[in-house]
Design a protein around this ligand. Structure first.
Ligand code: KG4
Ligand code: ZN
Length: 334
């Protein structure tokens, strides 16, 4: 079955054609129109601008996805669209476009949870991956650990109580002069600094909880930069990036390892934009090796927001019989 996936929850408009059936998981096209250059001028995503840019791009991107895949609209068996969570104005563009397209062409429709979409990127990257497994989602808006019980249901067993890891990277990166979104540039800069050069608190909460808090490490890094400014001391940005990354990575590894031990799971699948972080990928792989667990992480191209992952998640929801009608609405929340 050919599925048309649509994603517009934040600052990327994406359309993809994915072929899914028993034993087949194949990306035919995955077109992404990024708005990053526009939002960079403001140091972060401006929701109003994002919505307008989605409106301008979505039709063109959809037809480009069909053309690249060599698939006609009448051959599409399912339209899958991100319906939640995300920026409400941005989501509404994708949801309304998908509803109109599905209704006019009599194609079944499903609304997809963006987080489940990120996890489903692993199904596209690893044809052998099947639930149950432990899932770690690390993105600009989420840092959560789940028991992925089957293809469609997730049980959250740990997560951040405030900011997300991606947001923490973006914030401090911006303060030290890196362009938005700073995650990838922080990753590079961290390779050149000392991991223990700057003392910072751990985002892993104490005790047997699997939760995180990133607000403390963000504040500590800001205080470090302000004190240096006041005393006229020069800041070694690479040392700060390396120490900051080390603390974030080791906290995520610690809680993910505890989650694997607690559930007895021998499979870990990682997803989300921050899953592109080279330090995190290496540290999680090492931990999985130690625990004798299989380690799954998509290629960098499938870590960030894209519509192929939405199509894959939509397929499993469709198999569950959870199709939507024209009353489908977007929601900013999970
Ligand atoms: O999943 P995503 O594309 O959007 C959300 O659903 O949030 O994630 C975007 C986040 C941004 O915060 C970005 O800075 C971060 O992923 N990111 C990275 C890296 N590449 C992207 N963070 C750390 N290291 C990277 N290499
Ligand atoms: Zn995302």
């Amino acid at each position: 079955m050919y599925i048309l996936g649509l994603e517009s929850s934040c600052d990327e408009t994406s359309a993809a054609v994915v072929e899914m059936s028993e034993g087949v998981r194949k990306i035919k096209s995955n077109i992404i129109a990024s708005q990053i250059d526009t939002h960079r001028l403001y140091g972060g995503v401006v929701p109003e601008i994002a919505s307008r840019a989605h409106i301008e791009a979505i039709s063109r991107i959809t037809y480009e996805a069909l053309e690249t895949a060599g698939v006609k609209l009448e051959d599409i068996g399912l339209v899958a669209v991100t319906s939640h969570p995300g920026l409400i104005g941005a989501l509404l563009v994708g949801v309304n476009f998908a509803k109109s397209l599905a209704y006019a062409n009599k194609i079944p429709l499903v609304g997809v949870n963006h987080i489940k979409g990120h996890i489903a990127a692993n199904y596209l990257a690893f044809s052998e991956l099947e639930p149950p497994f432990t899932a770690l989602v690390v993105s600009g808006g989420h840092t959560s650990i789940y028991d992925a019980e089957n293809y469609t249901s997730l049980k959250e067993i740990g997560g951040t109580r405030d900011d997300a890891a991606g947001e923490a990277f973006d914030k401090i990166g911006r303060v030290i002069g890196l362009p938005y979104p700073a995650g990838a540039a922080m990753d590079k800069l961290a390779c050149e600094g000392g991991k223990n050069a700057v003392a910072l608190p751990s985002p892993a909460l104490a005790g047997d909880t699997l939760d995180f808090s990133f607000s403390g490490i963000k504040t500590a890094a800001l205080n470090y930069l302000n004190s240096a400014k006041q005393s006229g001391a020069e800041v070694n940005r690479a040392d700060l990036a390396a120490s900051y990354t080390e603390k974030i990575v080791s906290a995520i590894v610690k809680k993910t390892e505890a989650a694997l031990l607690r559930s007895g799971s021998k499979k870990l699948a990682v997803a989300g934009g921050v899953a592109a972080n080279s330090h995190l990928r290496a540290a999680l792989e090492k931990m999985c090796k130690k625990q004798g667990a299989e380690f799954y992480v998509p290629p960098i191209s499938l870590c960030g927001d894209n519509a192929a992952m939405i199509a894959a998640a939509g397929y499993y929801k469709y198999l569950d019989g959870k199709t939507a009608d024209t009353s489908l609405n977007a929601s900013a929340l999970d």
